[in-house]
Every structure is written in C-alpha cells, then in structure tokens.
Design a protein around this ligand. Structure first.
Ligand SMILES: [Zn+2]
Ligand SMILES: [Zn+2]
Length: 131
C-alpha cells in the first residue's frame, strides 16, 4: 500500500517537473512523450490522472485554448496570447490587463479572485516570417 503511494507521488513529481521545465504550456500528449523517457511503462491515462490531481492541488494551471487542454506551472496570475498561425501559447505578464478585468467586473458587482484571458493573434516570430 505504502509502496504504491510512494510510486504515485514519484510519478506525479516527474510529471510536475516536466510541466515546470518549459514555458510553452505543453499538452498532455507532449507531457506523456517526455514522461515516457523517464518512466517507459507509463500510460497516457496515468499522465492525465496525475495532471488532474496537480490541477486540483493548485500546483499547475489547466488552460483550454479552444481545442486542447494545456498545462502551466506558472500559477501566478497572468494572461495568455495564442498565436493563430503557429499555435504557440505565450505568457502575458500584463498587470494592467488584470486590473481592467477587475474594474469591469467590480462595476457589475462581481468580486474577482482570478482571471484568465487568452488573446488571439499573430506572434512576433510569425509576424517576422509574414512581413
Ligand atoms: Zn506564431
Ligand atoms: Zn502561462
């Protein structure tokens, strides 16, 4: 019993480290590919389950970018920019944007504890190639 518990924790730590190792907001599939390098017999279901627990524990964020769930170890309040060309998801550390949301909500009587905004457009890298 104890052994199983320890193994689960170990797997979860490895999965957390993989999410924390990148700021590209990986998908479960990508995390699974990385996890296999360390735990060859791990299943995609196990990866999903561990990601879910990490989200529930507040250690990582789950961001739905419209098509797939992506995961983020940066749990400080921030926004995201989704490039419609290459599909990359970037962090926007824009404090002002956060306050705008809060102001608007407060005027309508809502108390905001958290906010997640996804901006859509073309990232600087893609802009370079297009122009
Ligand atoms: Zn792009
Ligand atoms: Zn992020």
């Amino acid at each position: 019993m104890h052994k199983i518990k320890r193994r689960n924790t170990q797997q979860r730590n490895i999965i957390y480290d993989i999410v924390a190792s990148t700021n590209t907001h990986p998908t479960a599939d990508w995390i699974y590919e990385q996890a296999k390098k360390q735990i060859p017999n791990i299943s995609l279901g196990t990866v999903y389950r561990n990601l879910k627990v990490l989200v529930e524990e507040g250690k990582i964020l789950e961001i739905n970018d419209g098509k797939v769930s992506r995961f983020d170890a940066n749990i400080s309040p921030h926004h995201h920019f989704k490039c419609e060309n290459c599909g990359s998801l970037y962090d926007i550390e824009e404090g002002e944007l956060l306050y705008i949301n809060k102001d608007i909500a407060q005027k309508k009587g809502y108390t905001v504890n958290n906010s997640f905004v996804v901006l859509y457009g073309i990232c600087p890298k893609c802009n370079e190639h297009i122009s």
